[in-house]
Design a protein around this ligand. Structure first.
Ligand code: HEM
Length: 417
């Protein structure tokens, strides 16, 4: 990618590190230094994401999120100077391998979208939705509700593709598809995107990654046995109270039942995002309309069923089943499955490939694994890919370990703030 030259003076890496706060925010991108203190609040990818890379070489993160020409022109305004050297440290073996493998996959056409996949998927979604309407008309409550939960699960997976601009490759156009998804899924795609982009920039950081911040219900490691401040929620995740400690100590039992109500988390987070100030507000009026539109059609559908028993049953099954089939998201590691099951996992069974190359279209992830596995072997990195049920077992096992640590905490456990 061609980055416009920032005019100005030489900047040392030591100096860059002195500007690593929200109040004084510099980053280096491809050998140039930028002062983004003011721009952070205009940044479409959020101020928070820039704060996470403040004072560092953000070239790789910048590259990972495709930036259009307008971004490169904007950068001209904020240039401070050029870095004393193109990189702070020479590229590691792993970084070099990543770039080489990317070039090979580009040459093999893996970064090109095959639109037939989406035509088939869209047709499948349309058929599923019409089938749900027919089921409701015929009062087939259970099949209708099960089908609806599968429809939502598949739509959520398309939301993931859209969030990474994997379909139309342009943020505005993919966001339009996202608004359609909000209408049929009842979840703000812009909330999810804000959440998920932060997760990609700060994976597995207990303070920064919203995908692992689930107190008071779950703690994924003993890092959470402190009252940690979440930079994402701008709130303290309080561990030091009786209810949280009790919940964590039994989390391996509550995990699966909690998935039954996970759907409500989508509603809560979307509402919070749409009402919150200071978050990326692009397309907000459309998103709000689509979000409200969802409740209108969904409740209207429930009320097409003549009795309260049928309505409640339809509501409960469609919501609970959505949570259960979304367990494949909860595994958050690679999952080995036969090729014919790829549609069900929606690409999330290739977490390793996806995290290394987030803009890789999901239908090429299986082919990409043929490049990534040898790369891992070469670098001596274990490529872990259990089956679906093994993966769930591993998640439960990890939760159990942390639960037992929580149970055995000494009474005088000191909280490090
Ligand atoms: C250095 C100056 C930067 C400028 C001028 C800039 C500008 C922009 C612009 C104009 C967009 C909207 C893109 C579009 O409409 O397709 C954008 C999106 C984004 N940027 Fe940056 N950016 C900068 C640095 C960074 C860095 C260092 C990161 C990562 C740490 C980052 C992460 C993102 C993300 C996650 C998005 C959202 C992408 C999306 O919504 O699909 N940006 N940026």
């Amino acid at each position: 990618m061609c980055i416009p030259a920032a005019t100005g003076r030489p900047v040392t890496w030591k100096e860059l590190k002195l500007h690593a706060t929200a109040e004084d925010l510099w980053v280096a991108v491809n050998g140039r230094a930028y002062d983004l203190t003011e721009y952070q609040h205009l940044h479409p990818g959020s101020a928070l994401i820039l704060q996470h890379v403040a004072g560092t070489d953000a070239s790789e993160a910048f590259q990972a999120f495709k930036h259009p020409t307008s971004a490169r022109l904007t950068m001209l305004k904020y240039g401070v100077g050029f870095m004393e050297s193109a990189r702070e440290k020479p590229r590691t073996d792993a970084a070099q391998q990543l770039i080489q493998v990317r070039s090979k996959m580009e040459a093999a056409g893996l970064f090109r979208v095959n639109y037939w996949n989406y035509v088939v998927l869209a047709a499948g979604l349309a058929v599923a939705f019409i089938a749900v309407l027919l089921c409701v008309k015929e009062r087939w409550v259970v099949p209708g509700a099960l089908l609806l939960s599968l429809f939502w699960q598949q739509l959520a997976l398309v939301g993931h593709d859209v969030g990474h601009n994997q379909i139309l490759r342009t943020r505005s156009l993919d966001s339009m598809i996202g608004i359609g998804i909000t209408l049929f899924l009842g979840a703000s795609v812009q909330w999810w995107k804000y959440n998920h982009n932060t997760h990609h920039v700060t994976p597995n950081s207990s303070e920064h990654d919203p995908d692992i911040q689930h107190l008071p219900f779950f703690a994924l490691s003993n890092q959470f046995f402190r009252n940690l401040r979440s930079t994402f929620y701008q709130a303290t995740m309080v561990f030091d109270n009786a209810v949280t400690k009790m919940m964590i100590s039994v989390q391996h039992y509550t995990f699966l039942p909690m998935m039954l109500v996970a759907r409500f988390g989508f509603y809560a987070m979307s509402t919070f995002h749409l009402l919150a100030k200071g978050r990326p507000a692009i397309y907000k009026p459309f998103e709000v309309a689509a979000f409200l539109g969802f409740f209108t059609w969904y409740l209207a559908l429930c009320f097409c069923l003549p009795t309260w028993t049928e309505r409640i049953l339809f509501f409960v099954i469609s919501h609970a089943c959505f949570g259960i089939i979304n367990l494949q998201m909860a595994a958050t590691n690679n999952v080995s499955c036969p090729e014919w099951m790829d549609w069900f996992h929606g690409g999330l069974q290739y977490q390793i490939e996806h995290h290394l190359y987030p803009d890789l279209p999901r239908h090429h992830l299986r082919a990409a694994s043929a490049y990534v596995r040898p790369m891992c072997a070469k670098l001596g990195i274990k490529y872990h890919s259990p089956t679906f049920f093994q993966a769930i077992g591993e998640v439960l096992g990890a939760l159990k370990v942390v639960a037992s640590q929580a149970r055995n905490l000494p009474k005088e456990h000191v909280l490090v703030k």
